[in-house]
Design a protein around this ligand. Structure first.
Ligand SMILES: CCCCCCCCCCCCCCCC(=O)SCCNC(=O)CCNC(=O)[C@H](O)C(C)(C)COP(=O)(O)OP(=O)(O)OC[C@H]1O[C@@H](n2cnc3c(N)ncnc32)[C@H](O)[C@@H]1OP(=O)(O)O
Length: 327
């Protein structure tokens, strides 16, 4: 069988070569693309991320979706553009700190004719904080084709932005209820780039009614992302961690549950479509099908507005209460 040449490196996702390090994501006025997904190439297979976004205000922990999106951006830069990412399997090993840069180390596990596999290790202070394997596939013709129907939900144009829903509620309700704590948290923590989040069922977000551990939001990046499909894929990877944990916990919070510790533990993504735009409205549906033993399992589906299932996700999260003994 004739041997084919190994794939060429892909081009970096952005043209910016150097940005000053800042540890305070909320101070960054620039958009998502020039900051959080912008990596500096240090050497072959080595990329440095200088802009780190907090998952929560109270800790200096890095938002999990950021490590996912940045790993994909770094791995994609080592793969020829004709290969598109189709699956990512990751573990959050140790909490990352927003106070220092993250180094992404790529291991080019295999360059095949149809598939390329990359192992990415994210390191801070010489210690792994996150690892993932990402597989890229050269576009192939359809063999079998089917897809589940997209759920019928109200159009995003008919819904309010999450921030406004939360602000209105807080203006009318003064106190320190769980709903208020959750909303205050959400207002502060929803990353700037995702101001355009519109919950399909705002009553659930306001903990006004009992609900199953299910959620749907319309989401759209704030800025124009351009025409590079891989960049849209990285932004999708970045946002898919946003509402999974919350989906599992929220119905229990209505009954008074307050987690003493909650983190994403692992995260998987399958990218089915290679041409969707994260600067157009996308529907992100999440459902938690099981929670026990301090872990919750959550699945997600990201749909284009015209009904294509673009991305599927799955995650396990740690959800502890303060009854468990701390070591
Ligand atoms: C209207 C609005 C709509 C929109 C609505 C959207 C909302 C939008 C919000 C954004 C929100 C984004 C949410 C993203 C979610 C992430 O981004 S989470 C970030 C990503 N994940 C991570 O960083 C996890 C990284 N992994 C790790 O840190 C480690 O692997 C783990 C999980 C801690 C396990 O490590 P380990 O060494 O086995 O440690 P372990 O024995 O479990 O104990 C660790 C610590 O826990 C403590 N501990 C143990 N049990 C307990 C307990 N029950 N309670 C408390 N502490 C405990 C121990 O004392 C110990 O403390 P230290 O001694 O370290 O101080």
């Amino acid at each position: 069988m004739a041997k084919t040449a190994p794939p060429k490196e892909g081009k970096p996702l952005t043209n910016v070569t150097h940005i000053e390090f800042t540890s305070r994501a909320e101070d960054i006025k620039a958009g998502l693309i020039d900051t959080f997904l912008n990596l500096q190439r240090i050497d072959t297979n080595l990329y440095l991320a200088r802009h780190l976004l907090k998952g929560r205000r109270s800790y200096n922990a890095v938002y999990g979706g950021q490590a996912i999106g940045q790993s994909l951006a770094a791995a994609a830069a080592t793969v020829d553009d004709t290969f598109v990412p189709h699956s990512l399997h990751s573990y959050f090993i140790k909490t990352g700190s927003v106070e220092k840069p993250i180094l992404y180390m790529i291991d080019r596990i295999r360059d095949g004719r149809s598939f390329c596999t990359r192992l990415v290790k994210a390191v801070q202070d010489g210690e792994a904080i996150f690892s993932c394997q990402i597989s890229f596939h050269k576009k192939e013709r359809d063999a079998i084709v089917h897809q589940q129907e997209m759920p019928v939900v109200p159009d995003p144009e008919t819904l309010q932005p999450a921030r406004i829903t939360a602000e209105e509620y807080l203006k009318d309700n003064v106190g320190d209820s769980i709903t208020q704590k959750v909303l205050n948290h959400a207002i502060k923590e929803i990353p700037n780039a995702f101001d355009r989040v519109r919950p399909v069922d705002p009553a659930k977000y306001l903990l006004k009614e009992d609900s199953e551990p299910k959620a749907s939001i319309w989401i759209r990046a704030k800025e124009n992302i351009g025409d590079d499909n891989r960049l849209h894929q990285c932004v999708a990877a970045y946002l898919t961690d946003l509402t999974m944990l919350n989906t599992a916990i929220r119905p229990h919070m209505r009954k008074g549950f307050v987690p003493s510790m909650s983190f994403s533990l692992d995260h998987c993504i399958w990218i089915h479509e290679d041409n969707f735009r994260m600067d157009d409205w996308m529907l992100y549906e999440t459902v938690s099908t099981k929670a026990n033993g301090s872990r919750a399992f959550i699945e997600g589906k990201l749909w284009t507005k015209d009904g294509r299932l673009a991305v599927s996700t799955a995650q396990e999260a740690l959800v502890r209460d303060n009854q468990q003994s701390k070591q």
